[in-house]
Structures are given as C-alpha cells and as structure tokens.
Design a protein around this ligand. Structure first.
Ligand code: ZN
Ligand code: MN
Length: 468
C-alpha cells in the first residue's frame, strides 16, 4: 500500500503595527492604496529598513517550534514579475533563514520543520466584473510574513489539517499572528507524493493557495486518489503546480513548476546581514507564554488522559476555562470529559462560542461535584446542563426542583415492582433470554423518578424483581 508523503508551506501574516520594510501602517479594509509610500511602491531610490517587531515575532515562532536560530541572518531578493508586486522582486530569505530544523508535535508524532523565514507580501489585484481594467490595491504590499516549510512527514489529509490547526493555536498563543485563513492571514501550499513500497518518494506535486483548512484536506484527498489511479494504471505522475477548484473539489494544472534558479535569488544589497545575539534571544524567551504542548503535559500530569489533554491544550477558548475550573479542585478528568463532550456538543449544536454562553468554571465544577458525590445522577446532570450553560447555578436548580438522587431503596423497589407488574410481556421476553429488553423497564422507572434514581441501583432491583 502506498503511503502519501505530505509537506506544507504556510504563510502567516505577522501582527505588527507597520509593514516589513517601511513605516506604513498595517491596516486592512481601508480605502485602496491609502497605506503606501515610496518603499512599498518600489519607487527608485527608496530604501527598505527591516522592522524589528516583525523580526522578533518571526523569531518567537521559530523558538516556539524548537528551531535552531543562526547567529547571522540575511535577506535576499526573489525575482519574479507579478502585477501586484511593484518592485518586481520580493524581499525574502534564502540560505540564511531565521530558523531551521524545528518540530511541531501531533501528540506522539513529530512533524519536522525544515525552515522558517521572513518575507514581504504582495498587493492585491482586483478584477471588477464587467470592467475593462484590473485594479491593484497595494495596502498589503510589503506586509510582513513568516513562511514555514515542513519536511514531508505528514501522512494523511486529516494530519495536514491538524498540523494547521495546531500551528494556528501556537501562533495565536504567541500573539505573533491572527493566523486567520478567512482573512488571508494564513495561507497554505501543500505538496504531496506517494511513497513507494520501498520507502522512496514519488514525484512531488504542489497545490497552491489553499485558503481554508477544509480546502487543504479536500484538495489532498482528491490529489491522493488522482495519483493513486495514475500509478495503478502504470502511469507516471508529472511534476506540476496545481490549483484547487472549491466548487468541483478537483485540482487543476496551473503550470509546470519553476525551478529555484528561475527566481535568481541574490543578497538584498540595501539591507545588511544582521546578528541575532544570545542576549536578544534570551529576552525573547522570557516573553514566551506557556505553549499548547507544555499545557498538554501539565494537564496530563494533573491526571487528564492524553487524548483529552491534547484537545483542551490546543483549544484556545476551552483551555483558559479549563484552567479556571481546575483551580476549584474538581476532578480534572471529569471536568475534561464535560468540556470535550457535552459542553462542546452544546456549542456546536447552537453554533455559539463558550464566551457567548453563561457557563462559569465554578458552575461546571459544581456540576461535576454534584455527580461525583452522588447527590445527583449523571442523567440529571446532563438534563440541567443547557440551563447551566445559560448561567444557572446547578446547586440551586437541584434544590429548587428536588432533583437529588433518590437514595431510598425501598421507594425505588416499590416503583420497580409496579413497573414489572404492569409489563408482563416485557418480563416474558427477558425471561426468554432477550436481556436487552430490560432497558425498556429501566427507562420507565427512570422516567417516573425524573432521572433521579441511580441507574445501577434500578437495574439491580429490576433484575431481582424479575428473578434473574
Ligand atoms: Zn510603505
Ligand atoms: Mn513565500
């Protein structure tokens, strides 16, 4: 069976006040060409100056991914013609990127990062419908980008999507980028080849400009099938750059790949190479917040199963909430269960964010405690969750509605006997060996107690009453 080998190239917009090489404000949504100057318009004689904030944010990301940071780094010109690239070259980095050789963890699996480098974005071409001309908006020209390239360690479309989701969480945790694909602040190119049974890589095909995590997954799914079919017929996969059509869900040929020499990289003569000192790096390391991977380990040390710890640690909405709930001293795994299953289910179903609900960490902790202490049954807890999500105090709800678990065995036994007497056919079925039929009786008893009877106890009493 051939395994896909997938590599990603991700561009992230750095969250800085000004552009990469000039002092124009980074501001989107304003009137076209209102944040431009001689530098980002590429006018002759203008000189770029590297933005320290952008360099630091790029370095923070490189550090967070465990990259090696070189002592000296440098910018290069990457030459190509593009209507919204006024200089006819992009200032990028070539053989001295700000980081090499990092890792992003997908749980146990590690995806190697080949390199991270800084560069500038191009402007935006607009093609008004029915218009005679195309228009160009250069507000984005010169915006700072960090580009990250992985080794082809990703082995499925789902893994590619998960990689992007985690990278997004890391970038947002660091505050280096909004990393929002919907705003064009996170863009991915993917390359995929099928690994032959002997382990060698097949021909690599690149798919450009995917603007959502979903598209990355879909494009890869399609492309892997396409390559598989070619190989099964005994054909050869051609090296190419493809686009992805969202509507049809298919890839299409954009161009056969340009080689690196087509870009005629050479050192940017207007920017001197610069030194990244140990002192500078240690300052940056001090700024570093707790990263999701560290958070996951902390949760696991607190007794949360790895599966749940990973989900919570990379969910930037649930993680701070979970941290606050942990402080109440409630059971970490039980809190995690509620958040990852029921609370998430509630949010997905109603398409709301956690912040839009009235759920507080204290109330979730109370709910967990009520169940753990046997004060209420799990079923009652699930039933009152929607109200707790709207801000209700679970302890108050339980008091007001008399939802405490029935602990009086005699009362439950009486109810059980009544239900058994009323359902002779079901009892016959059970006696005839249809053990599952007991659930029908269990349901009736639970309903009569509004879910307040402990199900295990009811089941035991039913079995006794039926005489099994
Ligand atoms: Zn400018
Ligand atoms: Mn790039």
């Amino acid at each position: 069976m051939v395994r896909p080998a997938i590599g990603l190239e991700v561009h992230l917009h750095l969250k800085t006040k000004t552009k990469m090489f000039c002092s124009c404000a980074l501001h989107y949504g304003d009137a076209p060409n209102t944040h431009v100057c001689p530098v980002c318009l590429g006018l002759p004689g203008s000189l770029p100056v590297a933005n320290r904030e952008a360099v630091e944010k790029g370095l923070l990301l490189a550090l967070a991914l465990g990259c090696e940071i070189p002592e000296r780094t440098q910018f290069h010109r990457k030459n190509y013609f593009y209507p919204d690239l006024p200089k006819n070259y992009q200032i990028s980095q070539y053989d001295r990127p700000i980081g090499t050789g990092g890792v992003l963890e997908l749980g146990e699996k590690k995806i190697r990062i080949r390199r991270i480098h800084l560069e500038e974005d191009a402007g935006k071409s607009l093609h008004p419908e029915g218009g005679e001309h195309s228009l160009v908006d250069l507000n984005r020209a010169g915006a700072p980008l960090v580009e990250l390239v992985t080794e082809p360690d990703i082995e499925s479309p789902e893994e590619a999507r998960e990689f992007l989701r985690r990278l997004q969480a890391i970038a947002r945790t660091l505050g280096v980028s909004d990393a929002s694909p919907e705003e064009g602040k996170m863009r991915a190119d993917v390359n995929v080849s099928l690994r032959r049974p002997d382990g060698t890589l097949g021909t690599k095909v690149e798919i450009k400009n995917l603007n959502s995590f979903k598209s990355v997954q879909r494009a890869l799914e399609y492309e892997i099938q396409r390559q598989k079919k070619i190989l099964e017929r005994g054909g050869v996969v051609e090296q190419a750059t493809l686009g992805f059509d969202e509507k049809s869900g298919k890839t299409y040929l954009m161009r056969t790949k340009e080689t690196e020499s087509d870009y005629r990289y050479f050192p940017e003569p207007d920017l001197v190479p610069f030194t990244i000192s140990e002192a500078w790096l240690s300052e940056l390391k001090e700024e570093m917040p707790e990263l999701p991977a560290e958070r996951s380990r902390r949760y696991q040390e607190a007794g949360v199963r790895p599966y749940d710890a990973e989900i919570l640690a990379y969910d930037l909405e649930l993680a701070p909430f979970f941290d606050a709930a942990l402080k109440t001293g409630a059971d970490p795994q039980k809190l995690a269960n509620w958040l990852n299953a029921d609370v998430k289910g509630y949010l997905t179903q109603r398409e709301v964010t956690l912040a839009e609900t009235g759920l507080t960490p204290e109330n979730l902790a109370k709910l967990v405690r009520l169940v753990e202490a046997g004060t209420i049954t799990g079923r009652v807890a699930k039933e009152i969750l929607p109200e707790v999500m709207q801000g209700a105090d679970p302890e108050r709800l339980v008091e007001e509605r008399g939802l405490k678990a029935v602990t009086d065995e005699g009362a439950i036994r009486a109810l059980v006997e009544k239900v058994v007497a009323e359902n002779p056919q079901v009892v016959e079925q059970i006696k005839a060996g249809k053990a599952k039929a007991i659930n029908a009786l269990l349901g009736q008893v639970m309903k009569a107690t509004r879910g307040t009877a402990p199900p295990d106890l009811v089941r035991r009493l039913l079995e006794e009453a039926i005489g099994r």
